[in-house]
Design a protein around this ligand. Structure first.
Ligand SMILES: Cc1cc2nc3c(=O)[nH]c(=O)nc-3n(C[C@H](O)[C@H](O)[C@H](O)COP(=O)(O)O)c2cc1C
Length: 328
């Protein structure tokens, strides 16, 4: 993501905010206002209550210009051309590189067990009325099929519950929930999980894509980026995560715990109901780069990262699905 930040800064699509900003509502409100004006990606460089260097980046692909840049295209590439290029590239597969943990930037700081305190990171309270601080908005949630070894990337919201627990809301139709319900629960095993923040924007877009089970989003991300993704093994489980991501939260989904999740200001611009039963994520380790950059999207009424990413990845997924069924 750091290379991408350099590129969008050069093209005039990034603004650094040096003035201190509060994680409590302020970063979220400023970000929403800027989305409403089709504005730049925002890099909040000083967050209240956190040391200099613990920063938040909102809106990596909140405009089509930034999507184009993330794919190595000219910033003013027309939207139709971005779609055509994306559609072509996702049929490719580029195998990831597995790198040594000593060479992985995401391991520059490692906190395991009691040391893995989520409050080390400036999770934002994004909207007034949110049930808590959402650390996972622009994330990648990594899980693995215990029978086949296939690894899935999905994007699902995750809220801070307490120092060692997050609460999430993967829909029952998500591959996350499918794997949990069909593979781990019957075996009475906790499902290993890793939440990735601040990876290359293409990796996050892949997490929003409705690929079929068995498709490796890491391989498709390699094809879309035009370069293999570097992956590294987690500290506390055998999941592989992007090695140059900013932050990795490792954990497991226990079978004997639920925690309250939500409400959350969701993508259509409405609040999602009331606080309800959520999926518990027990934190086992946190690793991060020096000066970690927490990626975020202050979800709301379009246009923002969510509507842009999903309108690309889901629309092309639907088109390909229709074509497989005989549509022209
Ligand atoms: C910003 C953003 C947040 C999302 N949050 C959730 C969520 O909390 N729960 C969910 O089930 N899907 C959520 N989605 C949609 C999923 O990412 C999408 O359906 C994706 O295909 C899921 O991956 P899967 O097909 O591997 O399950 C979100 C999408 C975006 C763009």
């Amino acid at each position: 993501m750091r290379q991408f930040i350099k590129e969008i800064e050069k093209s005039g699509d990034l603004v650094r905010i040096k003035k201190e900003v509060d994680w409590d509502i302020e970063a979220g409100a400023v970000s929403r206002r800027v989305y409403d004006q089709y504005g730049p990606c925002l890099w909040f460089e000083k967050i209240k209550d956190y040391p200099q260097g613990h920063t938040i980046l909102n809106g990596p692909v909140g405009t089509w210009r930034r999507v184009a840049i993330s794919m190595g295209l000219a910033p003013d590439t027309p939207v139709r051309e971005i779609y055509a290029e994306y559609e072509k590239r996702i049929d490719g597969r580029v195998k990831p590189n597995i790198v040594d943990r000593k060479k992985a930037p995401c391991k520059e700081n490692i906190f395991v067990g009691e040391e893995a305190d989520i409050y080390r990171l400036p999770a934002p309270l994004i909207h007034e009325g949110d049930g808590g601080r959402y650390i996972g908005t622009w994330d990648i949630v990594v899980t693995k099929d215990p029978d086949t070894g296939w690894t899935n990337w999905g994007m699902y919201r995750f809220m801070v519950h307490n120092k060692r627990f997050l609460a999430g809301w993967p829909q029952t139709t998500s591959q996350f929930a499918m794997m949990l319900n069909e593979k781990y629960l019957p075996k009475k095993q906790a499902m290993p999980v890793a939440l990735v923040l601040g990876s290359h924007p293409v990796d996050h877009m892949m997490a929003t894509a409705p690929f079929k089970p068995g498709v490796s989003e890491a391989e498709v991300a390699g094809a879309v980026r035009g370069k293999p993704v570097d992956l590294v093994r987690c500290e506390t489980c055998d999941l592989l995560v992007p090695a140059d991501a900013e932050i990795i939260i490792e954990g497991e989904i226990p079978i004997d715990a639920i925690v309250p999740d939500g409400p959350f200001g969701e993508y259509p611009g409405y609040r999602s109901g009331t606080m309800a039963e959520g999926v518990a994520f027990r934190i086992r380790a946190i690793t991060h780069r020096n000066n970690p950059i927490l990626s975020m999207t202050a979800l709301g009424a379009p246009v923002d990262d969510s509507s842009i990413a999903a309108s690309l990845t889901a629309a092309v997924g639907m088109k390909k699905g229709l074509q497989r069924r005989g549509s022209r």
